[in-house]
Design a binder for this molecule. Structure first.
Ligand SMILES: NC(=O)c1ccc[n+]([C@@H]2O[C@H](COP(=O)([O-])OP(=O)(O)OC[C@H]3O[C@@H](n4cnc5c(N)ncnc54)[C@H](O)[C@@H]3O)[C@@H](O)[C@H]2O)c1
Length: 254
């Protein structure tokens, strides 16, 4: 799939991995709809990128919000790529130190944004893509963002890991469902990336995190995520797969 001249929708596009994806896509000649709850950052990025990007305020877990954002994208041209980067995390154990159970609404909130939100974008974007004219045998590509916590979730990550494990689980059946529509589905499972999420941690904690990564022994650069997202779009043979992007990190229990 050619990026030059194509339209993409990027959720979580106002920050971190999503922002880097928007910049990489636009840098290769595409135009992007930046979907995010953060109006200030999203609108500022769209302004900086000029004609190549617009901002759409939307909650990824809302059917109406995402439909409106996809409509905004299709009004710009054929929607060829949808990249889900919106996500949230919490740290909470299954039972706490006093033996009290995990708050259920906190678990449900993480599942709602990370898993239901990702599927919501996938289903609505794929429906729009199925109406595109095929270009070199394909109509579009959907990229999801899981996490290596889907495989090696740490203590306190039960909700987050469940949400990301769900994204891993839906990748193959969604790719199979959408094969007739000529729409691909690929998931990236990032390791530890240097985004505003981690920027809140102290320098010592960031250095300790970096030291756990075998090679390269540093945090991932958001631009490396953006570059992989663009490669997935451009490489028509990648489908139904989950790609770890983690410097060979396998996380310990804590
Ligand atoms: N940074 C990492 O090390 C890392 C590692 C593994 C996975 N991930 C995943 O990558 C994705 C991006 O993470 P990041 O580090 O760039 O985080 P980030 O906090 O920098 O960006 C996430 C963006 O999502 C937006 N968002 C949150 N909830 C939303 C909602 N309901 N609707 C629309 N937008 C919403 C936020 O406003 C924010 O702009 C997340 O799914 C995260 O779980 C990140």
């Amino acid at each position: 799939m050619n990026i030059n001249g194509a339209v993409a929708l990027v959720t979580g596009g106002a920050s971190g991995l999503g922002e880097a994806t928007v910049r990489a896509f636009v840098g290769r000649g595409g135009r992007a709809v930046i979907v995010d709850l953060n109006e200030e950052r999203g609108a500022a990025l769209a302004k900086e990128l000029g004609d190549a990007a617009v901002f759409a305020k939307a909650d990824v877990s809302s059917a109406d919000d995402v439909q409106a954002a996809v409509d905004q994208a299709t009004a710009m041209g054929a929607l060829r790529a949808a990249i889900s980067c919106a996500g949230i995390g919490i740290g909470m154990r299954t039972i706490d130190k006093t033996g009290a159970p995990h708050d259920l609404s906190a678990f449900q909130k993480v599942i709602s944004v990370n898993l239901v939100g990702t599927f919501n974008v996938l289903r609505i974007a794929a429906s729009a893509m199925s109406k595109n004219e095929p270009e070199d045998g394909e109509r579009g590509v959907v990229i999801n963002t899981a996490s290596i916590a889907a495989f090696d979730g740490q203590i306190g990550q039960v909700a987050y890991s469940a949400s990301k494990g769900g994204i891993v689980g839906l990748t193959l059946p969604a790719a199979r469902d959408l094969s007739k529509a000529q729409v691909r589905v690929v998931t990236i499972a990032p390791g530890t990336f240097d985004t505003p999420l981690l920027g809140m941690l102290g320098e010592d904690i960031r250095a300790a995190l970096a030291a756990t990564i075998p090679h390269p022994s540093r945090l991932g650069r958001p631009s490396e995520f953006g570059a992989l997202a663009c490669h997935i779009i451009e490489n028509s043979y990648l489908n139904g797969e989950v790609i770890r992007l983690d410097g060979s990190l396998r996380m310990a229990p804590r």
